[in-house]
Design a protein around this ligand. Structure first.
Ligand code: ADP
Length: 180
């Protein structure tokens, strides 16, 4: 029985994260999505809120559970007796970062394997940072996160969820004009 840990900040969880968690759940018997409670970056959501958003996002997947942790990821991995740490890769920058963290983790805990999954095409450029930025400016994020996450963002940012009708653009005398 193979058990995997999927660690991260998840501030908040989005469709790219969910895609990796679901795909990992098809590869491993059990996946533990572990929310790091105090990363060295400014967070929008509390640990409890990030936990609840992730819990709701993955409640339909029976072999995925959500935990929070503090301290070293490898210590969390040992506490939960996992065989593998799963991470998602979007690009070369992610690869280089994961390579360094993976090197450190394999020195600290050589018994734990690293499994990096390439993200799906539709989420290749999606990050929690982009999601928060676009949401804070009132843009349409409906393809990037589940409705309950969009609602939480809207409440946190004190901004209504995007509800505009997309504009239709037409070419007129070599200019793009939008039709009302
Ligand atoms: P970090 O753990 O570096 O703070 P996140 O919490 O945002 O970053 O992401 C957790 C994990 O999910 C990381 O492995 C990250 O590469 C991966 N991830 C982030 N965004 C995406 C995406 N759009 N598609 C697939 N994986 C992603």
């Amino acid at each position: 029985m193979a058990r995997a840990l999927y660690p991260g900040t998840f501030d908040p969880i989005h469709n790219g994260h969910i895609d990796i968690a679901v795909r990992a759940s098809e590869l491993f018997d059990e996946v533990i999505l572990a929310i790091y409670d105090a990363p060295p970056k400014k967070l929008l959501f509390s640990t409890d809120a990030r936990f609840e958003l992730a819990r709701q996002a993955l409640e339909h997947v029976p072999n995925v559970s959500i935990v929070t942790y503090t301290g070293l990821t490898v210590e969390c991995a040992r506490d939960y007796k996992v065989d593998v740490i799963v991470r998602g890769l979007r690009n070369v920058a992610d690869f280089e970062y994961e390579q360094q963290i993976g090197w450190a983790n394999s020195n600290l805990a050589p018994e734990i394997e690293l499994c990096c999954l390439f993200c799906s095409n539709e989420y290749a450029y999606l990050s929690a940072t982009i999601l928060k930025e676009v949401a804070s400016l009132g843009g349409d994020c409906s393809a990037w996160a589940p409705p309950h996450v969009l609602e939480a963002l809207s409440a946190k940012l004190d901004r209504p969820i995007y509800s505009g009708t997309p504009k239709i653009y037409l070419r007129h005398e070599d200019k793009l004009v939008h039709r009302d």
